[in-house]
Design a protein around this ligand. Structure first.
Ligand code: GDP
Ligand code: MG
Length: 301
């Protein structure tokens, strides 16, 4: 299966629940009137697109209808598609220009951090980059072992310490190993402790200081992983984390397991942080760079 087919299959639930209804809507109307727009609004709001995002989509749509003198429901559909694509913006690439560069991966427990790290490592390895993983979620031994299994599967090196050790010390060792081996990217797994924001901020600040000291001027991505199946809750999590860390991007996981793919729009609208990767399954190749055009195309079918 190609990338786009995979994306389409992964988004099938959202597509059927949300965009299937849109199709029926546009086929059910023979002219463009306020009633059509109201029904459209309801579909978007009930699809986790979010109230604010829906409002701005409808505003743009009304302006477009007027400006382009749109009279056919099919044309509204095309305009909507364009507006949605513009709204989520182009996928911003990772900035990994220095050797090594660092990717910090954060997020609450269970959202898919460790799995996404393996998948990202796999993507980067496929681009010819030498990747090294740092097991800085030292909270549970099982978390370290889980990353170890993935590292072996993907074929990248893992730097690990024992359970309960200092995450910043793991990062220190990983950065130095990366320098020694001329590795391109170090990906750091972290523990998801949102229940204590101060703890999280202290830990991230400490890791940041280690990176500043060991790799001054290195490119650094801080990716927040969000579980799409949690819908608007994911938006709230992102708002919390935005206060605790300088986020450079989002990884949206489990889009295959939910009809709530509409949250991509509400996240973009409310947070202004680019989605850089999306996860559409549990296997190592079930993650791809986020591309607005492909995403919207997959939803509209
Ligand atoms: P962490 O606690 O944030 O490190 O989360 P894990 O990486 O351990 O993942 C938690 C669970 O989510 C695991 O069972 C993963 O297989 C699953 N998972 C992660 N990403 C995806 C995805 O894109 N789709 C699906 N269906 N499951 C996922
Ligand atoms: Mg984990």
């Amino acid at each position: 299966m190609g990338f786009f087919e995979k994306l389409k299959a992964g988004l099938a639930k959202t597509k059927n629940a949300v965009f299937g209804r849109l199709d029926a809507l546009f086929r059910g109307f023979s002219s463009v009137d306020e009633e059509l727009l109201e029904e459209l609004e309801e579909i978007l709001i009930t699809s986790d697109v979010g109230v604010n995002a829906t409002e701005s989509i409808l505003d743009s749509l009304r302006a477009r209808i007027k400006q382009d003198k749109i009279t056919e429901p099919e044309q509204v559909k095309d305009a909507l598609r364009e507006i949605l694509t513009e709204m989520i913006g182009e996928g911003e690439p990772l900035r990994l220009d220095t050797t090594p560069s660092v990717i910090l991966v954060i997020g609450v427990n269970g959202v898919g951090k460790t799995t996404s790290i393996a998948k990202i490592a796999n993507v980067l390895k496929g681009e010819g980059k030498q990747v090294l993983l740092a097991a800085a979620d030292t909270f549970r031994a099982a978390a370290i072992d889980q990353l170890g299994i993935w590292a072996e599967r993907v074929g990248v090196e893992l730097i690990r310490h024992d359970e309960g050790s200092d995450p910043a010390a793991v990062v220190f060792d990983a950065l130095n190993a990366a320098k020694k081996r001329n590795a391109d990217v170090v990906i750091v797994d972290t523990a998801g402790r949102l229940h204590n924001k101060k703890n999280l901020m202290d830990e991230l600040a400490k890791i940041d200081r280690v990176i500043d000291r060991e790799l001054p001027g290195a490119c650094r991505e801080t990716l927040l992983v969000l579980d799409a199946t949690t819908g608007q809750n994911a938006v709230l999590q992102a708002k919390e984390f935005k206060h605790a860390a300088a986020l450079t991007g989002l990884v949206l996981t489990k889009l295959d397991g939910t009809a709530k793919g509409g949250i991509v729009f509400s996240i973009r609208d409310e947070l202004g942080i680019p989605v850089k990767f999306i996860g559409v399954g549990e296997k190592v190749d079930d993650l791809q760079y986020f591309n607005a055009g492909d995403f919207v195309s997959a939803l509209f079918g």
